[in-house]
Write a protein that binds this ligand. Structure first.
Ligand code: ZN
Length: 145
């Protein structure tokens, strides 16, 4: 298990079992800011947790310890089958997305396409990735194959 402690982190919520906002603690005493070198979970698609990191979550409602489940979610785009047809992609394709923010334009590679009738068109990246491109909610990107 990775030693360290995260303060004021906001882990992704489990949509099937939403919990109050927990404070995210990893066992141990070493300080562990947002993404330190000693705290690197594997990059995976959500739900692909076999063999991933362990952690202990401590929050106002109690604590829970899991033997695996700590991942950094892969960048991904949710889209409907109609969107996929329009963009010429299919479920599980890996594409790039160019973001033209003022002064910090960036091309995100390794973006997984996820197609379902239940989705609406949106790309999900983590906070560090967003900050690197000065992207905000609503920033538009260009899909590059
Ligand atoms: Zn998502």
């Amino acid at each position: 298990m990775v030693p360290g402690r995260l303060q004021n982190e906001r882990p992704l919520r489990d949509r099937k079992n939403p919990q109050p906002e927990p404070v995210f603690h990893l066992p141990g005493e070493a300080p562990c800011p947002a993404h330190p070198a000693h705290c690197r979970p594997p990059v995976r698609e959500s739900g692909d947790i076999a063999g991933s990191g362990a952690c202990k979550l401590v929050g106002p409602a109690g604590e829970v310890e899991v033997a695996e489940g700590v991942i950094a979610a892969k960048r991904h785009i949710h889209m409907t089958p109609a969107d996929a047809a329009e963009f010429g992609v299919k479920d599980k394709d890996v594409v790039s997305v160019k973001v033209n923010t003022n002064g910090r334009a960036l091309v995100f590679g390794d973006v997984v396409v996820r197609v379902s009738e239940k989705f609406s068109l949106a790309m999900h990246i983590d906070t560090d990735e967003s900050n690197a491109a000065c992207a905000v909610n609503g920033t538009m990107g260009e899909l590059v194959k």
